[in-house]
Design a protein. Structure first.
Length: 188
């Protein structure tokens, strides 16, 4: 495990460290959430392995099921450290873009070099995403909607940037729960 002594935010590692980091994110508020995410970025990939999180595999299966075109323009909404970007690339999807609100997660994602472009953006009421209308064929979202992450208001922006007759594929449950994949087809 990496040294976290340089971080401003510390986790209680006496419990299962991975679970404690997730509990901290869920319980935190506003600027405290940003600090917790900054502290977590370095551990995130390792934590997902420790927790046996299968969301990336499940979502990869759904991309294959719903997106036959390997040239589809895909936005990884809440791309985090780029783990799902790696999965997309391994499946042959190269036209991928990432967006996340946490600088530290974007730094980790940049190291993987799996996205054509990475953007920092926080989704919410009155916050327009840095993309034109109908910009993407697919918007993917893994463990993004929930406590202290993104709420339902982001769906309006996803709807705006998603091309007609294309897909938003997301899961509803958190990283410690069974993945439940949801599919939304933009039809307007």
């Amino acid at each position: 495990m990496a040294d976290s002594s340089h971080l401003a935010y510390q986790f209680d590692d006496s419990i299962c460290p991975a679970r404690e980091r997730i509990r901290t994110i869920i319980a935190s508020r506003d600027e405290e959430t940003d600090k917790a995410y900054d502290a977590w970025a370095h551990y995130y990939d390792e934590d997902m392995i420790t927790l046996g999180y299968g969301g990336y595999e499940a979502m990869g299966d759904n991309v294959i099921k719903f997106v036959a075109d390997k040239n589809a323009k895909i936005l990884d909404f809440g791309c985090g450290t780029g783990l799902f970007g790696q999965k997309l690339r391994s499946l042959g999807y190269m036209n991928t873009f990432g967006v996340d609100a946490a600088d530290s997660f974007l730094e980790e994602s940049r190291k993987k070099e799996v996205y054509l472009e990475l953007e920092k953006h926080r989704f919410g009421i009155g916050l327009n995403a840095p993309y034109n209308d109908s910009s993407f064929d697919v918007v993917m979202s893994i463990s993004v909607f929930g406590p202290n992450t993104i709420n339902h208001t982001a769906l309006y922006e996803i709807d705006r940037i998603l091309s007609p007759d294309r897909y938003c594929i997301a899961n509803r449950d958190g990283a410690t729960e069974k993945t439940c994949v949801e599919k939304y087809r933009h039809t307007t």
